[in-house]
Design a protein around this ligand. Structure first.
Ligand code: DC
Length: 222
């Protein structure tokens, strides 16, 4: 079995950027599973599919061909061959992704695809259900988190740099709403599994988190 590292955590914990850097330093691929749910969410918005309609959301997800490619600048995500990487980071797509990801029928297809990818090559996979469902036998399991206020602050700074006009309060409110949806859904809600190492980055900077995780990986793979 190739080396598999599973990383879960709530919105804005820095999973994607931390996971990308840890994977780069280990020389393995990084799979951002949130991007796959975002790709379905984007398509639902584009086609006017009601994300509250389970049957419609599941039918849409089954019809779509979601794929990823690992390029030098990171993961690219495709819907029916179209590269949607630059279109899936908006607040609307975030919420749509969170909504469609509640449904078992949507999740089953994505989990199977993610498991297939991780079985082929050493990989760090990040998401919400990776430790529990996607890679229950992963060599290393991590739960990356930080306080809601700190996560909102980081996300807000990032959005400001991109020229967005959202207020900090707005970002915090959206983040709490999405946390609530992801943590309280019926199917595989986000929560740390018993065997996951909890990494609370509230008081840590980027480099400290990366170093800390690399040390955990070293210990677990020794
Ligand atoms: O990690 P992210 O913010 O890009 O994920 C977007 C949404 O997709 C998130 O709110 C919940 C859902 N998701 C999921 O249910 N399971 C995963 N493995 C990854 C993401």
């Amino acid at each position: 079995m190739p080396l598999n590292i599973a990383m879960d955590g709530p919105v804005g914990a820095g999973k994607s950027s931390i996971a990308a850097e840890v994977a780069r330093r280990l020389g393995i691929l990084h799979l951002d599973t949130g991007a796959m749910y975002r790709a379905i969410g984007l398509t639902a918005l584009r086609r006017g599919v009601d994300v509250a309609d389970e049957a419609a959301a599941v039918a849409l997800s089954k019809e779509l061909d979601i794929s990823v490619a690992h390029e030098p600048d990171g993961q690219h995500t495709f819907v029916n061959g179209e590269d949607v990487t630059g279109l899936i980071r908006t607040p609307e797509v975030s919420m749509a992704a969170s909504s469609i990801s509640k449904y078992l029928g949507v999740r089953q297809g994505m989990v199977a695809l993610q498991q297939k990818l991780a079985a082929q090559t050493p990989m760090l996979v990040d998401g919400r259900d990776i430790c529990l469902r996607v890679l229950p036998n992963a060599t290393v399991k991590l739960y990356l988190t930080a306080s809601a206020e700190e996560r909102a602050r980081r996300r807000w700074l990032e959005m400001q740099q991109k020229g967005a006009s959202d207020t900090y309060e707005q970002v915090l409110e959206d983040l709490k709403k999405r946390d609530d949806q992801d943590m309280n859904r019926e199917v595989d809600p986000l929560r740390p599994t018993e065997d996951a190492v909890i990494v609370d980055s509230t008081e840590m900077n980027f480099e400290q988190v990366v170093e800390y995780i690399l040390a955990i990986v070293k210990e677990k793979t020794a």
